[in-house]
Design a protein around this ligand. Structure first.
Ligand code: NAD
Ligand code: UFG
Length: 339
């Protein structure tokens, strides 16, 4: 298949691009590099020994977007491009609605004009809001609690309406739980700009001495050790989930939604412990107040993806930590330290 990957230079996009290439698909990446580096794609080509066409284009630039859709005959689009920082979305909601919702509308109009109507979309477990009906099932009502999450919910609604209006569309809404880890080569991984918002990259930066200690948000949750529980999923398992969804869509019209998670929860302290084990060193942490808006416990019911896609996330938390540590250790400053 010839696949357009929007946001393909980013964390999950670069790993998915690599998996697509390894399976023999042809990939064109469209990315404006607002939160990534083209170095990731250089390394994806190096690992796979295959070429990736790259177009530095912003989804808000309709003309440039249409030009890419006209240049190639795509079979499908995997749409990662978007802004993803919850706190930033609260401070600057218009930028989030503009980039994520308008950017997606531009993409959908462009795809329709080009006659490409197969799409895999990066949604998020954030659409479930603070629901603690664990394990979270796809039928759980959506109730995002911040502008970032609402962009995902709105895009899910837009795609659901589009599928109902035009049965030619084939759409997968993939609700990721907590992506973690890196490719086993240690050549590509997550490279957050500024202070990481998420737990794993923060812990990794403490392990590599870029930061002094981890702040654990909340020690008084109703969980066995008092810290928040999440469903961490290896980014390579996640990448493979996208390809399973693409394959499903080759024979099915309609709009489908799947959780991509492991179905297992780990607490913040368990993550710190697993990372210490992988890195062979103690990782300093201190307790602080809960972070506003955080749920106590969130993990997936992954049965639908397992039954319908024949996909499951098998890599363990220990593997995520080992791979993330290898990436961090080899690239202490991420891609800015080119090598
Ligand atoms: P990322 O920031 O590494 O990748 C997103 C990519 O999109 C970046 O390369 C960025 O430059 C690009 N981009 C953003 N806006 C663009 C625009 N207007 N035009 C072109 N390119 C644009 O993030 P990621 O972690 O790889 O996440 C990928 C997707 O998965 C996002 O949509 C995110 O919301 C979603 N998601 C991520 C997580 C997570 O924890 N990482 C969880 C659930 C869902
Ligand atoms: N945490 C800390 N210290 C930190 C960072 C996080 O204790 O420095 C805790 C959080 O309180 C939470 C857990 O670690 O209990 C995980 O936090 P993350 O920020 O890594 O992940 P979240 O579950 O809060 O959110 C992430 C993404 C969202 C996405 C969601 C579900 O940031 O965009 O996963 O996919 F929607």
């Amino acid at each position: 298949m010839k696949v357009l990957v929007t946001g393909g230079a980013g964390y999950i996009g670069s790993h998915t691009t690599l998996s697509l290439l390894e399976l023999g698909h042809d990939v064109v990446v469209l990315d404006n590099l607002c939160n990534s580096s083209a170095e990731s794609l250089r390394r994806v080509q190096e690992i796979s020994g295959r070429n990736v066409e790259f177009r530095q284009v912003d989804l808000l630039d309709v003309e440039a977007l249409d030009a890419v859709l006209a240049e190639f005959q795509f079979d499908a689009v995997i749409h990662f491009a978007g802004l993803k920082a919850v706190g930033e979305s609260v401070e600057n909601p218009l930028a989030y609605y503009q980039n994520n919702v308008v950017g997606t509308l531009n993409l959908l109009h462009g795809m329709d004009r080009a006659g490409v109507r197969t799409l895999v979309f990066s949604s998020s477990a954030t659409v479930y809001g603070a629901s603690e009906q664990v394990p979270l099932h796809e039928d759980e009502p959506l109730n995002a609690t911040n502008p970032y999450g609402r962009t995902k919910e709105q895009i899910e609604d837009i795609l659901t309406d589009l599928g109902a209006a035009d049965p030619r569309w084939r759409v997968a809404l993939l609700r990721y739980f907590n992506p973690a880890g890196a490719h086993a080569s240690g050549r590509i991984g997550e490279d957050p700009r500024g202070v990481p918002n998420n737990l794993l990259p923060f812990v990794a930066q403490v392990a590599v001495d870029r930061r002094e200690k981890v702040t654990v948000f909340g020690a008084d949750y109703p969980t066995p050790d008092g810290t928040g529980i999440r469903d961490y999923i290896h980014v390579v398992d996640l990448a493979v989930g996208h390809i399973a969804a693409l394959e499903f869509l080759t024979s099915r019209n309609g709009v489908f939604r799947w959780n991509l998670g492991t179905g297992r929860g780990s607490s913040v302290l368990e993550v710190i412990e697993a990372f210490s084990e992988a890195a062979g060193k103690k990782i300093k942490y201190e307790f602080a107040d809960r972070r506003p808006g955080d749920a106590a416990i969130s993990y997936a019911d992954p049965a639908a993806a397992q039954d319908e896609l024949g996909w499951s996330a098998d890599k363990t938390l220990a593997q995520m930590c080992e791979d993330q540590w290898r990436w961090q250790r080899k690239n202490p400053l991420g891609y800015s330290e080119v090598g």
